[in-house]
Write a protein that binds this ligand. Sequence first.
Ligand SMILES: Nc1ncnc2c1ncn2[C@@H]1O[C@H](COP(=O)(O)OP(=O)(O)OP(=O)(O)O)[C@@H](O)[C@H]1O
Ligand SMILES: [Mg+2]
Length: 277
Amino acid sequence: MTEQEKQKSYDDEEKRIQENVSKIKHRIAVFSGKGGVGKTTVSINLAYALQLEGFSTGILDADITGPNVAKMLNVQSELIFLNEKIIPFEKYGAKMMSMASMIKNGQPLIWRGPMRSKLINQFLADVDWGELDFLIADLPPGTGDEILTISQQMKPDYAAVVTTPQEVSIMDAERAINMAKKLEIPYIGVVENMAGFVCPHCSAVIELFGVGGGEKLANKYSVPFLGSIPIDIDARILSDSGKPIVLEKPNCEVAAVFKSIAFSINSICNMDIEQSK
Ligand SMILES: Nc1ncnc2c1ncn2[C@@H]1O[C@H](COP(=O)(O)OP(=O)(O)OP(=O)(O)O)[C@@H](O)[C@H]1O
Ligand SMILES: [Mg+2]
């Protein structure tokens, strides 16, 4: 490919991304500094909590080398292409796209940053997301290439930073908040996950990862604290079997927190629309 052809293909992709993104009212990036704190769990349940409020939603699995969204939604289908577009999967009424649909279980994906970014661009340019109220990007841990690409191309209006209450996670979440600020994502909020566990035998509350870390962090950076999600064994069991707890047990405490987080994020995102009227 000549330099000119390369530039044209890049420009065409940019155009397709802008066209696609302009049809999505709000775009949320879910990230954290630390791994395993619950980003995918939050992304999925937030999408369905918003859907329960009547919004159309999509989930973009931007964790290219460790894609978990498909497993947590039990989607095993292969990709379908139509008119040069990729048709997103639909599960429980939400749209979804994940790298997991392109690789076999257990197969490692050894890709450097630019390749991972290229695939995220393709998810944004060539997946037929259609008109959506919310698209939620589930990011890998850390502050690497994926969040840069999502930020530049998807242009999120909300960064939901997930942390557990413990110090080592809070420290990494601080980096995530500072990154969101540097990237000029308009709104930032902190979600605390795995906060307290109620013993099913004696009902005592066990603060496995400490308490209050997420709220302190939010206060330190003057950003909203969106809520504290307790550890719930059902959340883990259901996610392993591909069912979001917010749909399966809509009246449990975890679901209530997710619904409240969805309500807060929607209020903030739509404030902009109200103001610009
Ligand atoms: N509140 C919770 N209660 C019980 N289990 C939870 C809770 N939140 C997350 N989990 C479980 O913890 C594990 C890790 O969660 P998850 O995969 O969402 O984290 P992650 O931040 O996306 O991880 P990674 O950094 O690898 O992408 C999963 O098995 C999930 O089901
Ligand atoms: Mg994840």
